[in-house]
Design a protein around this ligand. Structure first.
Ligand code: GLP
Length: 251
């Protein structure tokens, strides 16, 4: 079953998705949140920080595991995902930083780091709710088209299209790392609830392909059709090529 919330615009999307994450934290204060980077979740993190400042949300017992990290960037690098999380969310709320986890992009032994990360998720009792953005080519985390649905955390070589898409955040394309460490599709599919967000016309085709098309490794997000509790929050622009006419639809 897929529940789809249609938001008017990015601000509405951020608010609706933040509400769902807040509900998870309120229901289970010591929950494990799987978090995502990219530009799409920035508004959600702003909204959560605002509710924290107002005293409506408490992160004291929350643990987090992030989806992915670039290889070769340390946590102080402004384009690293650790830095992104620290600046967009963790420093703005009362989360215990030792309970926040991002794969180590500078690990000496990447196989060991992947095993450590999967073991960490297991030892936390699994992910209660996983937030996901959607790459233009259908990637989730950094699981690129053509990969396997069966993998846990692993190392990937980024596709040319992902390097192109993400180069907007770097000074020049050559600065974009060529590799990343990412939770695998298997890791992601084991989360209790998946909350996927998509914003803007640029995502309209891939939203349609991923959720109304065939389930295929060529469109990694399409496997989410088989998840028991998938929630999609997308704005009208991102849903403009999909058969969604209501503000709330179940398919
Ligand atoms: C990156 C991240 C993904 C993210 C995707 C989409 O490649 N690894 O987790 O979902 O970009 O990013 P955006 O939200 O900026 O479109």
């Amino acid at each position: 079953m897929i529940r789809i919330y249609r938001a008017k615009d990015y601000q509405d999307l951020s608010r609706k998705a933040a509400n769902i994450l807040s509900a998870q934290i309120i229901m289970k204060p010591d929950c494990v949140l799987g978090l995502a980077t990219g530009t799409s979740p920035i508004g959600i993190y702003e909204q959560l920080a605002e509710w924290y400042r107002k005293g409506d949300l408490d992160f004291a017992e929350v643990s987090t595991v992030n989806l992915d990290e670039y290889i070769g960037l340390d946590g102080a690098h402004p384009q690293s995902y650790r830095y992104f999380m620290d600046t967009n969310l963790f420093r703005k709320v009362n989360i215990d930083r030792t309970q926040t986890n991002v794969p180590n992009g500078l690990a000496q032994d990447f196989d060991a780091e992947c095993r450590r990360y999967d073991e960490l998720i297991r030892s936390l009792g699994g992910i209660d709710m996983q937030l996901l953005g959607l790459g233009h080519n259908g990637h989730i985390g950094f699981n690129e088209p053509g990969g396997s649905f069966e993998k846990g955390t692993h190392v990937v070589t980024l596709s040319e299209s992902t390097i192109d898409a993400n180069s907007r955040l770097f000074e020049k394309k050559e600065d974009v790392p060529r590799g990343a460490i990412t939770m695998g599709i298997k890791t992601i599919m084991q989360a209790g609830v998946i909350l996927l967000i998509a914003s803007g016309e640029g995502k309209a085709q891939i939203v349609r392909d991923a959720f109304w098309g065939d389930i295929t490794p060529e469109v990694p997000a399409s496997i989410l059709q088989l998840h028991k509790q998938l929630i999609i929050v997308a704005d009208e622009a991102a849903l403009s090529k999909s058969p969604v006419t209501e503000d709330y639809t179940v398919i």
